[in-house]
Design a binder for this molecule. Structure first.
Ligand SMILES: [Zn+2]
Length: 507
């Protein structure tokens, strides 16, 4: 059972897909007038995890995300740079993809652009005019009439008077109501424009998402997402237009999912000169952050906070996330090394080995922990996509894997008695979690900082030392044998002489 916090009802609801086994998602994309900043990246990383989770849970996922490539900001950027609006959009769309690729954000099924969806947009505006929800002004501007929309304000839970109190823009006297919003703007000299029944012009901002979701996902679909800053007016207006044009107040998106803001508070940054260097310039662009830190670390940081909560983004936190990522990566390498040995035949189940019962139950215990943590991981994801909690389960498993490898290095577990299948299952569990979170898809850094990370080396060195000691004992050179044992003892290693030879472990 998957529960989702629906902004429309302000409650966690049980998710019931529109079509069995399928999930349809529309997420508002970027206006490509500049390079995406970290705040822009958050919804796309969040939705990428949600998509992965649904796919892993057996759903076929349909994901649509737009580019607002016709917009005031793009037109202004083009004028400032002396290039065309199309060049500005193309350049920033390319940067967007580069940034998202580095964050392991998988591509949407389709990226409709305003400039390529013009016929559908014009058709929808015409429908709203025909049905009396919109009016055309002399000169060709078309506005949606909010007073004609039943329950206008139901998503943001605002009345028209609340909205007017919050509005800071000068009221256009030609509008029937101050909150009426533009569906179509008549052409201004030097600006891009398209032919329409109301003369040359371009769409208002909100209509594109209504037209695109209707075109690619149909009159009803499961999720509509975006940042919480889009609730009003953007999503409120999308609902008003879509449900009025379709003629059904239950049509359009069924679950509204909004991610919280990213904040930057520079107080703590003073500890780091590098942080000051970046923060002095204002908000971080994804490119700036990626120039200094791996994309997977940034992705992990974005997911370590539940999507609905505000997320404080500063360089100190990126450094913390990097250390955290290093610990997860260590377990990745430990499992990788064990898998290599299993495939090389070094770890094989050997029932003749007398320590078998103990060591197998140890691996079995690790595997049981893995299964338990995997179930917890999915419980967290099922509870309103709680990636923060899901990641802590993965981290706990990383710790268990580390402990297991420590015992292996200390000789408490005999390599010949390890059941390879059990260890491989633990590896599968760990990689399954990583696959949903979306990490370890780029080269994973190897971090070997102490001997616990080098069980192989420690094991080899201990074998050399104990063999030398055994030679001394065989030659009845008790002084040397005891000297070796005492020196190891002083270094925290206990040597026990057993009928099967010397065994060692840490104190
Ligand atoms: Zn939108």
């Amino acid at each position: 059972m998957i529960k989702v916090f629906n902004t429309m009802s302000r409650t966690k609801e049980i998710f019931k897909p529109l079509k069995t086994g399928e999930v349809s998602i529309y997420c508002c994309g970027v206006t490509p007038y500049n390079a995406p900043h970290i705040g822009n990246a958050r919804p796309f990383v969040v939705w990428d995890v949600i998509r992965r989770f649904f796919a892993k849970s057996g759903y076929k996922v349909h994901y649509v995300q737009n580019f607002t490539d016709v917009d005031d900001k793009i037109i202004k950027a083009a004028k400032d740079a002396g290039v065309t609006w199309k060049e500005v959009a193309e350049k920033n769309i390319a940067t967007y993809f580069k940034s998202m690729d580095a964050l392991n954000v998988r591509r949407a099924d389709i990226y409709p652009r305003v400039s390529e969806t013009m016929d559908d947009i014009i058709q929808m505006v015409q429908t709203l005019v025909d049905k009396g929800f919109a009016y055309v002004l002399e000169g060709g501007d078309v506005f949606c009439s909010v007073e004609k929309i039943p329950n206008y304000g139901k998503l943001s839970r605002r009345t028209l008077s609340d909205m007017m109190a919050g509005a800071r823009v000068a009221v256009d006297e030609r509008k029937h109501h101050p909150m009426d919003f533009a569906l179509w703007k008549s052409a201004k000299p030097g600006e891009p424009s398209w032919e329409s029944p109301w003369g040359k012009g371009r769409p208002g901002w909100h209509i594109e998402c209504s037209a695109m979701s209707l075109k690619f996902l149909g009159e009803r679909f499961d999720f509509h997402g975006g940042g919480s800053d889009l609730i009003f007016p953007h999503h409120e207006n999308e609902i008003a237009q879509s449900q009025s044009a379709i003629g059904d107040e239950n049509s359009f998106a069924r679950y509204w999912v909004h991610n919280g803001f990213i904040t930057k508070n520079n107080d703590k940054l003073s500890k780091s000169n590098r942080a000051q260097e970046i923060s002095a310039k204002g908000f971080f662009t994804v490119e700036e952050v990626l120039a200094k830190y791996p994309g997977e670390v940034v992705r992990l940081l974005l997911l370590q906070t539940h999507y609905r909560n505000p997320l404080e983004f500063n360089e100190e936190r990126v450094i913390e996330a990097q250390e955290f990522f290093g610990k997860l990566a260590r377990a990745y390498w430990q499992l990788d090394e064990m898998a290599r040995k299993i495939h090389a035949g070094e770890f094989v189940k050997d029932t003749a080995e007398k320590n078998f019962a103990i060591t197998v139950s140890r691996a079995g215990g690790l595997c049981e922990e893995g299964e338990r943590l995997l179930a917890n991981f999915y419980d967290a994801m099922s509870d309103d996509f709680n990636t923060a909690l899901a990641i802590t389960n993965m981290f706990e498993l990383a710790g268990e894997i580390g402990d297991y490898c420590k015992d292996l290095a200390a000789g408490k577990i005999l390599p010949v008695s390890i059941d390879g299948d059990i260890i491989l299952r633990v590896r599968d569990i760990y990689l399954e979690m990583a696959g949903v979170i979306g990490i370890f898809e780029q080269p994973v850094p190897v971090e070997k900082t102490d001997d616990d990370d080098q069980p192989e080396l420690v094991g080899a060195l201990m074998k050399i030392i104990l063999d030398l000691r055994q030679d001394a004992r065989a030659a009845k050179n008790w002084t040397t044998a005891d000297k070796i044992r005492d020196a190891l003892n002083a270094a925290g290693i206990v040597v026990e002489d057993t009928p099967d030879g010397a065994k060692w472990h840490r104190q």
